[in-house]
Ligand binder design. Structure first.
Ligand code: RB5
Length: 172
């Protein structure tokens, strides 16, 4: 499978570990960064990783930040993305089976690495089980968003990066 991944600076080493984990399992990983520990912003990477799934360039996505919350909220704003923030295998299975989630998200500072591996395995291995009802509601949910103008605009969050640079945020 082709897997799009992204994270913020809080969990870069976990994202790198997961990228290798996936590659060892034979998947092709498209790593959208971030690539180091320099402060950045989670929505950039939720958006980027999500867009590659929405466009069909990747089959599925994996996104991480400290809690997983920020990256999930932003990935879910990409039209066609259904990102599920989970902390256990059952929720990962549910997300795929019932909502055909195409991005899985975890909090790298919350969930242990062994459980993250298991969550991702379940997410990749579980098949969506379509039904008329599920199809209808997924279609309706997908129609809720979005701001088409921002699709593939990699500079959408630049103003927030500039705030980091000017020291306008408290230390995180
Ligand atoms: C750091 O920016 C931290 O707030 C972020 O990784 C995440 O936990 C947000 O949901």
């Amino acid at each position: 499978m082709k897997i799009s991944i992204g994270c913020d600076h809080i969990v870069t080493e976990i994202k790198d570990y997961i990228a290798s984990y996936l590659e060892k399992k034979g998947h092709e990983v498209i790593d959208h960064g971030t690539y180091d520990k320099q402060r950045t912003h989670y929505p950039i990477f939720g958006k980027r990783a999500g867009e590659k799934v929405a466009s069909g360039e990747a089959d599925l996505g994996v996104v991480l930040c400290g809690t997983g919350v920020g990256v999930t909220v932003s990935a879910n704003k990409v039209k066609g993305v259904r990102a599920a923030l989970v902390g256990d295998m059952e929720a990962a299975r549910y997300a795929k089976e019932n909502l055909n989630a195409n991005v899985i998200a975890v909090g790298g500072r919350i969930v242990g690495i062994g459980l993250i591996e298991n969550i991702i395995d379940v997410f990749l291995e579980t098949e969506y089980k379509p039904s008329k009802e599920k199809e209808e509601i997924i279609k309706k949910i997908d129609a809720l968003v979005t701001n088409e103008e921002q699709m593939n605009n990699d500079h959408y969050f630049d103003e927030f990066l500039e705030k980091w640079d000017r020291g306008e945020y408290p230390k995180q």
